[in-house]
Design a protein around this ligand. Structure first.
Ligand SMILES: Nc1nc2c(ncn2[C@@H]2O[C@H](COP(=O)(O)OP(=O)(O)OP(=O)(O)O)[C@@H](O)[C@H]2O)c(=O)[nH]1
Ligand SMILES: [Mg+2]
Ligand SMILES: [Zn+2]
Length: 129
């Protein structure tokens, strides 16, 4: 089963192995430098010798996981210990007053790269809704 981000070349690889498959492939977007979601459904093809290959639609970052906004921070182990300590119990740790996560980023207990990843994933998730 071929799985991975859109545009990495899953269908191209499959076409090399099974030319009859003739799966559509498309160049990645010049604008976003990401794939454009060419394959839209999973499809299985038979290999000449033995076995099968399944081409699947590319995942868009965390697109295959269904993570609620409130859940996301729990996947960042270094944030966990501060999660109950924000002023608001539904804090998203973006710009809320009294946010303990933001405070710990400022104090250097949470790495800014990790915090950036958190923010990116949060907004990436939201753009799907
Ligand atoms: N340079 C280079 N380009 C590749 C390679 N494999 C695929 N490509 C190109 O990358 C682009 C995307 O390939 P696809 O096969 O459509 O990608 P995909 O993973 O099937 O994408 P989705 O169907 O959107 O999930 C096409 O323009 C391909 O020609 C490779 O090994 N090297
Ligand atoms: Mg494809
Ligand atoms: Zn917070």
């Amino acid at each position: 089963l071929l799985s991975g981000h859109s545009g990495v070349g899953k269908s191209t690889l499959l076409n090399q192995l099974i030319p009859e498959a003739q799966q559509a492939t498309k160049e990645i977007s010049k604008f976003s430098a990401k794939g454009v979601h060419t394959t839209t459904f999973a499809e299985m093809f038979e290999l000449e010798e033995e076995g099968y290959l399944i081409d699947t639609p590319g995942i868009k970052e965390f697109g295959i996981l269904d993570i609620e906004d409130q859940e996301l921070s729990h996947y960042f182990v270094e944030m966990r210990q501060y999660l109950g300590q924000c002023k608001y119990n539904n804090c998203r740790h973006i710009n809320e007053p009294g946010c303990m996560v933001l405070q710990k980023v400022e104090e250097g207990y949470i790495h800014p790269y990790r915090y950036d990843s958190y923010v990116n994933i949060l907004f990436e998730e939201e753009s799907h809704k």
